[in-house]
Design a protein around this ligand. Sequence first.
Ligand code: T3D
Length: 263
Amino acid sequence: MSESYIKTETHDGYRTVILNRPEVLNAFNETMHLQLQSTIDDCESDKTCRAIVLTGAGRGFCAGQDLSDRDPVLMGDSPDLGLGLEKLYNPLIRRIRSLPLPVICAVNGVAAGAGANIALACDIVLAAKSAKFIQAFSKIALIPDAGGTFWLTRRLGEVRAKALAMTAQPLEAELAAQWGLIWQAVDDDQLMNETAVLAQRLAANSSRANALTKQAIHSALTNSLDEQLDVERDLQRQAGRSGDYKEGVQAFLEKRAAVFNRE
Ligand code: T3D
């Protein structure tokens, strides 16, 4: 049986998924990828899981691809790095984005290479103030992948995207938050508390509304205003037909907290 590179903790309403190869700053090998995929599947099929928290064990969040699996001598003269992206990284990014659950990333330490960009693919990113985001790729003559060129360019603009990608300069969590790359930088010793408060809050929302909101905001990244107004109309139609909407309005009228079900 292979080692367990992913740990999970079940909480009331959400699960925490922990990348667990701390001796290599939670760098990804193929087994860890496969274990993460199956953990995400489990979270989605658990009807009591209304949000996911992704974090790392030890002092780092994730150092991207495990480079000990990329020994140039063993890889030969013409390695196909597109294959690993196609098979493992791209499906992971697409899965996080299309998952009908909010995914919170609690960046507990350095996030480098694909590790940084997996964090940036999550719906809400909190980071410890000591954490850094490093587009480490240029140091090994690669380009940012796992969505890096997308997140950086859309959230920061061309100027900062190019500078971060080409210099591999570490970006401190507080500056990342000021620049709008992530949601918040919090004191290190408060990271998991703040994350738990946020996860409980999202888990108490309507799961359907969370999922539709996520879908609508993703569409807005590429739509015109006209197209987006149509998307909002269609998704609001769906939201309005849910029992959760009835419960939300009823609770408001009765001056009590709404209790939503996962539908
Ligand atoms: O290949 C494909 O399929 C294409 C996809 C590519 C996706 C990618 O992510 S490419 C980018 C890969 N990642 C990197 O280039 C980052 C490499 N790591 C670093 O630059 C540094 O480790 C950090 C800046 C992240 C942290 O530095 P520091 O000084 O805090 O820690 P450290 O001492 O460098 O690392 C601690 C240990 O983790 C160390 O092992 P040791 O010496 O204690 O036995 C180090 O070798 C190991 N480690 C860190 N990153 C990786 C790693 N081992 C394997 N792969 C890593 N990516």
